[in-house]
Design a protein around this ligand. Structure first.
Ligand SMILES: [Zn+2]
Length: 371
């Protein structure tokens, strides 16, 4: 049986470990021991070297008795800031919060806890289960840096369940966006604002004109666009030479995101050339969109697991990226499941014991699935 006290204790234990992005060494060591104690063969890659961290992605394999492909379960090891000195406080109503001065880190410790407890209880009960792979990536919070660099030739599974979605347990995201970011520097010409303003090329004015022509916010039901920062100018008496814009585009359709990015770039290029300025442009694909068939294998398995538990499965779209974006790019389809975390990326982040149990039960059913 799922051991409720053990879930709470393990959640508190893992939360108490500092695991900021690029600082996952300590939690990785603890998780490695826990996985090995359950019976997993565990390896760690060297992906951390790519970004100056001493911790890699943690992979584990546990052979099962039920025939069929193995299933991959994943939760990331890093937490967002403020992440130092976290403490999980269990309240009498079952709510678990931080002390208020840090995030709780249920994102994504709640996911790690559910995966560990699900398989541990299966083993204790001696139940036949699927072959199970786990992948606990580093640096998910920086556009899935860890999972994006993983060597997927080691993965046997074709299906993945990523525990990394806030909201009520039962929800599963089947589609997530491509996220593109860009940096545009408009290079005008400095001149004295009082003596010779006509000799300058006003980079901020060009940026303002261009932004006024852009459609910001929700472009359509599957696409969003934002200019997030604008910086420029040196002093009040100088025509500003440089103005930098940074922004992002998200779309559930990859081609649409690329197309809109090109439109923005062309619009800027036109404004800039009209004023005799120069545009410097950088763009980056942070993650790639995917859409999992909600009548396919992983969705059906999820539906069945929920129904066994009397939980209503709810398939949703998300506008956030997760490690599943990286998995899908490597041919592994699946779902991102809600894992008992709420108000993530804030000091008001919380989880609930009931929800942690529910999430663990779903993971357990998936691991026992025979379809
Ligand atoms: Zn997360």
């Amino acid at each position: 049986m799922i051991n409720v006290q053990r879930i709470i204790d393990e959640f508190q234990e893992l939360v108490a470990i500092d695991s900021p992005t690029f600082g996952e060494r300590q939690i990785a060591d603890v998780l490695k021991n826990k996985l090995e104690a359950i019976g997993f063969q565990v390896t760690e890659d060297e992906v951390g070297k790519l970004f100056g961290s001493d911790c890699g992605n943690l992979y584990g394999y546990l052979e099962g008795e039920i025939s069929g492909d193995s299933l991959l379960f994943s939760a990331h090891m890093d937490t967002v800031t403020p992440a130092h000195g976290k403490k999980a406080i269990v309240h009498s109503d079952g709510r678990i919060t931080s002390a208020g001065d840090t995030v709780l880190g249920a994102d994504d410790v709640a996911g790690l806890t559910s995966i560990l407890e699900a398989i541990r209880s299966i083993r204790e009960e001696g139940l036949p289960h699927r072959s199970i792979e786990v992948l606990f990536p580093v640096a998910e919070e920086i556009y899935t840096k860890g999972s994006s660099s993983y060597d997927y030739t080691t993965i046997k599974s074709k299906e993945a369940y990523v525990l990394d979605l806030s909201g009520e347990v039962g929800r599963a995201a089947y589609t997530a966006p491509t996220i593109l970011s860009f940096k545009a520097i408009i290079k005008g010409k400095a001149a004295h604002a009082g003596f010779s303003p006509e000799e300058g090329i006003h980079s901020i004015a060009i940026a303002a004109k261009a932004i006024a022509k852009m459609k910001l916010g929700r472009i359509d039901e599957e696409t969003t666009f934002n200019i997030g920062t604008i910086t420029g100018g040196e002093a009040t008496n100088i025509i500003p030479e440089n103005c930098k814009l940074e922004g992002e585009i998200r779309s559930l359709k990859h081609e649409k995101a690329i197309g809109y990015l090109m439109e923005i770039k062309e619009l800027l290029e036109k404004e800039v050339s009209d004023f005799g300025a120069i545009l410097e442009w950088e763009e980056k694909i942070n993650c790639y969109a995917y859409e999992t068939d909600i009548n396919g294998h992983s969705a059906n398995r999820y539906r069945e697991a929920c129904e066994k538990l009397g939980i209503k499965p709810d398939f949703v779209k998300t506008f956030g990226g997760s490690d599943l974006n990286a998995f899908a790019r490597n041919g592994i389809v699946g779902l991102v499941l809600t894992n008992a975390m709420n108000k993530v990326h804030s000091c008001e982040e919380f989880t609930q014991v009931e929800e942690l149990i529910k999430s663990t039960e779903i993971v357990k059913e998936l691991m026992l699935s025979e379809i």
